[in-house]
Design a binder for this molecule. Structure first.
Ligand SMILES: Cc1cc2nc3c(=O)[nH]c(=O)nc-3n(C[C@H](O)[C@H](O)[C@H](O)COP(=O)(O)OP(=O)(O)OC[C@H]3O[C@@H](n4cnc5c(N)ncnc54)[C@H](O)[C@@H]3O)c2cc1C
Length: 428
C-alpha cells in the first residue's frame, strides 16, 4: 500500500471550513456549556444539521447500493471491493480529520452533533437493507436527530459478556420484550426524549449462551417501557448528554433485532461481527483525543512563547531548558498518536483488517491526551489551573478518551492478544 502524507484537496477544503466553526462557534461557547451542564448548544446543533443530513444520506445510499450489488452478485465480493475503492476511499479519513478539528474546538460540544453515530454504525454493520431504510432514513430529513448505543450496565462495563438485560421473544405479538438497566449512555436523552432518534440496546436472549446470546436491538424514540432515570454529572465533556435508563417490559417489533436472532451456542461470531463496529469507531475516539491534546499543547506553546520560551527543533536536547524539552515531547507524542490513527483509518478505508491498528491508536491517543493536557496545566502554573483559561477544562475533557469504547487497559489487552496470538481465555 503506498504511503501518502499529503492531505487530499477534498479534505483540506473541508478542514478549512470546520476550523472556522471550531474557532468562531465552538471555542467561544466552550466555557458556557462546561458550566451549564445539561443545557444544549442549540445554535451549533442547528448549524451542523444540514451537513450531517447530507453525510447521513450519502452513507445510507452507499450502503443500500452495496447491499443491492451484493444481492445481484449473489453475495459475491466484487461489487463490494469496487465500491470501497471508488466511493469510500476517503470516507473515514475525512471523518477523523474533521473530528480532530472539531474536538480541538470543543470535545463536549462536538459530541452534541446530531447523527446516527454508534447506533448507525451498528445498523450499517449488521442491519438488513429494510432495517437501514427504516432506522437510518430519518437521519437524512426533518429535524435534528440522535442515535445512541447502550451496552454498559452497573455490573457489565469492560466485561461485556456479563450483560444482564434480557430480551424475550413473544410469539403471540411478534415482539421482543426488554428488561434491564443501562448506564452511561451517550446522547441517550437526545435520542429517546428530545428527538425522533434511536437507541441500539444490547441484551441477552439466552444467559446460558454467554456472548453468543448477546444481541443488539433497536429501540425507537418514545417507545413505552424505557425510562431515563439519571442525567450524569461529569468530570469533563460536560456538554455531552450521558444518561442511565431502565427497561421495564419495553416491547419492540420482532424485526428490531440486528443480525441473526438465532443463538448458536458454540460460536460468538455474531457478537464478534457486531463488535467490529469498534474497529471503525476507535480511530474516531483517538482523533477526538488528539484534537483536545493539540488544543492544550498549542495554547501552552503560544502562551510560553510570549514569555520568551521558544520551540527549538535544531538544538541537542542537553542545550534545551526542561520546559522546552517538555514542549517538544508533547508535540512528538501527539504526532505519534496521530500517525497511528491515520494508519488505522487508512486500513479501514482500504477495506483491510484494522483491529490491531485501531486498538493501538486508541490506547496511545488516550494516554497521550491525558499526559499532554496535564503537562499543559503544569507548565502554565496558576494560569493553567485557573478557569481563566481553558487549559484545566481540556485536562478534564481528556480522560474520557482513555475510558469509553474500551478502556486503555482493555485495548492494551487486545493489542497484546493480537500480537502474541493468545485467545481471550488465555490472556485476560
Ligand atoms: C462519559 C461516558 C460516556 C459513555 N458512553 C457510553 C455509551 O454511549 N454506551 C455504552 O455502552 N457505554 C458508555 N460508557 C461506558 C464505558 O464504555 C465504560 O465506562 C467502560 O467500558 C469501562 O467500564 P466500567 O466503567 O464498568 O469499568 P470497569 O470495567 O469496571 O473497569 C474499571 C477499571 O478496571 C480496568 N479493567 C477492567 N478489566 C480489566 C482487565 N481484564 N485487565 C486490566 N484492567 C481491567 C479498566 O480498564 C478500568 O480502569 C460511557 C462512559 C462514560 C464515562
Amino acid at each position: 500500500m503506498p504511503i501518502e502524507f499529503k492531505l487530499p484537496r477534498e479534505i483540506e477544503k473541508q478542514l478549512q471550513s470546520v476550523k472556522v466553526v471550531a474557532e468562531n462557534v465552538m471555542r467561544p461557547e466552550s466555557r458556557y456549556f462546561d458550566e451549564h451542564e445539561h443545557e444544549r448548544p442549540v445554535n451549533f446543533i442547528h448549524m451542523m444539521w444540514p451537513q450531517m443530513k447530507e453525510m447521513e444520506r450519502a452513507n445510507l445510499e452507499a450502503a443500500l447500493r452495496r447491499d443491492r450489488r451484493l444481492r445481484e452478485n449473489g453475495g459475491g465480493g466484487v461489487a463490494v471491493a469496487e465500491e470501497k475503492q471508488t466511493k469510500q476511499r476517503l470516507g473515514n479519513m475525512t471523518l477523523v480529520h474533521m473530528i480532530e478539528m472539531l474536538s480541538w474546538g470543543d470535545a463536549g460540544i462536538y459530541l452534541c452533533i446530531p447523527a446516527s453515530a454508534l447506533a448507525g454504525a451498528a445498523i450499517q454493520a449488521v442491519g438488513t437493507p429494510e432495517q437501514k431504510e427504516r432506522f437510518l432514513r430519518r437521519f437524512t430529513e426533518g429535524e435534528p436527530k440522535w442515535g445512541a448505543m447502550a451496552m454498559t450496565e452497573p455490573q457489565a462495563g469492560s466485561d461485556t459478556s456479563n450483560i444482564q438485560t434480557t430480551a424475550t421473544y413473544d410469539p403471540e405479538t411478534n415482539e421482543w420484550v426488554l428488561n434491564g438497566q443501562k448506564i452511561f449512555c451517550t446522547s441517550g436523552k437526545l435520542a429517546y426524549e428530545e428527538s425522533d432518534g434511536i437507541i441500539v440496546v444490547w441484551a441477552t436472549v439466552d444467559k446460558s449462551a454467554g456472548r453468543a446470546g448477546m444481541k443488539p436491538f433497536v429501540v425507537e424514540a418514545g417507545t413505552p417501557g424505557l425510562t431515563i432515570v439519571k442525567e450524569e454529572k461529569k468530570l469533563g465533556i460536560r456538554a455531552s448528554d450521558t444518561v442511565s435508563f431502565v427497561l421495564e417490559d419495553c416491547r419492540i417489533p420482532g424485526d428490531n433485532i440486528l443480525g441473526d436472532p438465532e443463538v448458536k451456542k458454540k460460536t460468538d461470531k455474531g457478537f464478534k461481527g457486531a463488535m467490529r463496529t469498534f474497529d471503525a469507531t476507535r480511530p474516531i475516539v483517538a482523533a477526538s483525543a488528539i484534537g483536545v491534546g493539540r488544543a492544550a499543547f498549542e495554547f501552552a506553546r503560544d502562551t510560553l512563547a510570549k514569555q520568551g520560551v521558544r520551540m527549538e527543533y535544531n538544538k541537542p536536547r542537553w542545550k534545551l531548558s526542561s520546559v522546552q524539552a517538555d514542549l517538544l515531547e508533547m508535540e512528538a507524542q501527539l504526532r505519534v498518536a496521530w500517525l497511528l490513527t491515520l494508519k488505522a483509518t487508512a486500513l479501514l478505508d482500504a477495506g483491510a483488517e484494522n483491529k490491531l491498528a485501531a486498538s493501538m491508536a486508541k490506547v496511545k491517543a488516550g494516554k497521550v491526551v491525558t499526559w499532554v493536557t496535564q503537562k499543559a496545566v503544569e507548565l502554565l502554573g496558576p494560569l493553567g489551573y485557573s478557569t481563566a483559561t481553558l487549559a484545566e477544562k481540556w485536562m478534564r475533557d481528556a480522560k474520557i478518551n482513555d475510558i469509553y469504547e474500551g478502556t486503555g487497559q482493555i485495548n492494551t489487552l487486545i493489542v497484546a492478544r493480537t500480537i502474541l496470538g493468545y485467545t481471550r481465555r488465555e490472556l485476560k
